[in-house]
Design a protein around this ligand. Structure first.
Ligand code: 5GP
Ligand code: ZN
Length: 114
């Protein structure tokens, strides 16, 4: 997708520190970390948001969540805990319109979110 910053990261047109990659999924470090560990996981397929994902897309999304949990374990977050966040639309605070899940860890996170 033209002009999508995350598609440009997938295509290596924009550099990112990649932690996980396979044929369908990319996990990389957020440019503006909100916790000591802050990664963003995206499907390589351009899907605008969770709201526009098709039933078929949820197969990739399921695998993506599995790889988030695997990566969290690899980074040693599974004992202390972590948070997975998906922001959707204006009220959800979504700023990049390529579906993504944040993985945040290595600090105690507040609830409810702001
Ligand atoms: P959203 O606010 O849409 O849920 O999350 C978008 C995230 O993408 C933000 O946390 C933002 O810091 C991150 N981000 C935006 N542009 C870039 C970039 O060029 N590189 C990386 N690594 N992260 C980015
Ligand atoms: Zn995209």
């Amino acid at each position: 997708m033209d002009n999508c910053i995350f598609c440009k990261i997938i295509n290596k047109e924009i550099p990112a520190k990649i932690e996980y990659e396979d044929d369908e999924i990319l996990g990389f470090y957020d440019i503006s970390p909100q916790a000591p560990v802050h990664l963003v996981f995206i499907p390589k397929k351009h899907i605008e948001s969770i709201a526009t994902a098709t039933e078929e897309d949820f197969q990739i999304i399921g695998r993506l969540l599995f790889q988030i949990a695997n990566t969290a374990k690899k980074l040693g977050l599974d004992q202390s805990g972590y948070r997975i966040v998906n922001n959707m639309g204006k009220d959800g605070g979504q700023t990049v319109f390529h579906l993504h899940f944040h993985l945040l860890g290595k600090r105690s996170l507040l609830w409810p979110p702001g």
